[in-house]
Write a protein that binds this ligand. Structure first.
Ligand code: ZN
Length: 421
């Protein structure tokens, strides 16, 4: 099949050469390189990646330490919140005590005034006391009541003082809590920017170099297959060879139906019981496991990461699982689209696809044991202007170049379903 395809490409090239298809001038970046230049660049990049390896190990350690610190801070924060809660309970109890003391005092004062002061008491004696003994008895009770009243006033004052102290303590704790929260937040921001490159699609240096070796091997194969001079630029070679098969007028949704579960931008989520946040440089479509994944536009499969195969070989999980990268020219501009968390891969590197080609099926569940960065069936769809292997040569380069997919493809807002492509 591939041979037939290739022969037809050769025929196509001859046709194209005779027709001299006119290509939009801005279709290709200014970074067009000859294969020889690219080979040299690849070697430099590989050396750079290897040099980065030790630095990445340090970053990973830092992330581990920061995570621990954040866990500790969260615990401290929780403890402080509990303390404040207890203080507030104590304060409200004190307020209740103060109110009841206050009532008690009012009663005593009114009785004391009625029964023991000046004329009132004398008149009372005249009209109610049966004898002098009774009057003396009443006066002594009034004196006792007066003492009791003094004690009550002292207790009342103490309660108010205690309440004020507790309130001060609580507001100090609150300030402390706010400072801790701020500290936690700034730590999280720093940690997140580090995590950003490690989440969902991150490749290890090992894998990155493996991918690069494959890319350059494919590139050489393409040059040889299309009989391109190594001193031609990649664009000159591939466009001559593939012509309008890379072209499309627009992007299509990569699924027949689904629901937008995560959009471009900062987000928080839980993975393996741990809270994470990152900057999502893509859109996620949730749909049932095994659903067909289509190429978003005509193009060529540039890269296939078979995470299942590598897991079966070395038992290492790959964040993002099985992945496919496709290069396109849409509306005269170069793009790369990426598809992550795939169950089955249906295409090979170098395959030409149309926007109706089924390239894979949806994974992302626990059945896809080789993918440790997904919590449910969904497709992660990412897009960057430029071609993988040309404008950018690494995963992080692709990631950095990525744009909000909403700019090139139509889909509803987060949480909303869609049907049709
Ligand atoms: Zn995603």
């Amino acid at each position: 099949m591939k041979i037939v395809k290739r022969i037809s490409y050769l025929i196509l090239i001859i046709c194209l050469l005779s027709v001299q298809a006119s290509l939009p001038e801005d279709a290709f970046g200014q970074k067009d390189k000859t294969l020889n230049e690219q080979l040299k660049e690849f070697e430099e990049l590989k050396a750079e990646l290897r040099a980065n390896e030790s630095q990445q190990a340090v970053t990973k350690e830092e992330i581990g330490a920061a995570r621990e610190e954040i866990a500790q801070l969260s615990q401290e924060q929780e403890d402080l919140e509990k303390e404040i809660e207890t203080l507030n309970e104590e304060i409200s109890q004190l307020e209740k005590d103060i109110i009841s003391k206050n009532d008690e005092m009012k009663n005593i004062i009114s009785y004391y005034q009625l029964s023991s002061t000046g004329e009132d008491a004398y008149l009372e004696y005249l009209f109610t006391a049966t004898d002098f003994t009774d009057f003396i008895y009443r006066m002594s009770i009034a004196e006792q009541l007066s003492d009791y009243n003094d004690t009550l006033i002292d207790e009342y004052t103490d309660l108010i003082k205690e309440n004020e102290n507790k309130k001060e303590e609580a507001s100090a704790k609150m300030v402390e809590l706010e400072a801790k929260t701020k500290e936690l937040e700034s730590r999280l921001i720093k940690l997140n920017s580090k995590l950003e490159t490690t989440m969902e699609g991150a490749m290890s240096i090992e894998q990155e170099i493996e991918v690069m070796d494959r890319l350059i091997k494919n590139l050489k194969e393409e040059y040889n297959m299309y009989k391109c001079d190594y001193n031609l630029t990649y664009d000159e070679c591939i466009i001559e060879a593939l012509g309008d098969q890379l072209y499309d007028t627009k992007f299509y949704r990569p699924l027949q139906s689904g629901r937008v579960s995560s959009v471009w931008g900062p987000r928080s989520f839980t993975l393996g019981g741990r809270p994470y946040s990152d900057f999502h440089r893509a859109v996620d479509f949730s749909t049932s496991r095994g659903s067909k994944v289509y190429a978003a536009a005509n193009g060529q499969v540039k890269l296939v990461i078979n995470a299942k195969a590598s897991y079966d070989k070395n038992h290492k999980n790959v964040c993002g699982g099985n992945k496919i990268y496709i290069i396109h020219i849409v509306d005269g501009k170069k793009y790369t689209t990426a598809y992550y968390h795939l169950k089955d891969i249906k295409v090979k590197e170098g395959d030409l696809v149309t926007h109706n080609t089924v390239i894979a099926t949806v994974g992302g569940t626990s059945y896809e044991y080789w993918d440790n960065c997904s919590t449910g069936a969904h497709l992660h769809f990412q897009v960057a202007p430029g071609h993988y292997g040309d404008e950018f040569k690494t995963y992080s380069g692709f990631n950095a170049a990525s744009i909000n997919p909403k700019k090139v493809i139509n889909y509803p807002s987060r949480g909303r379903p869609f049907s049709g492509r």
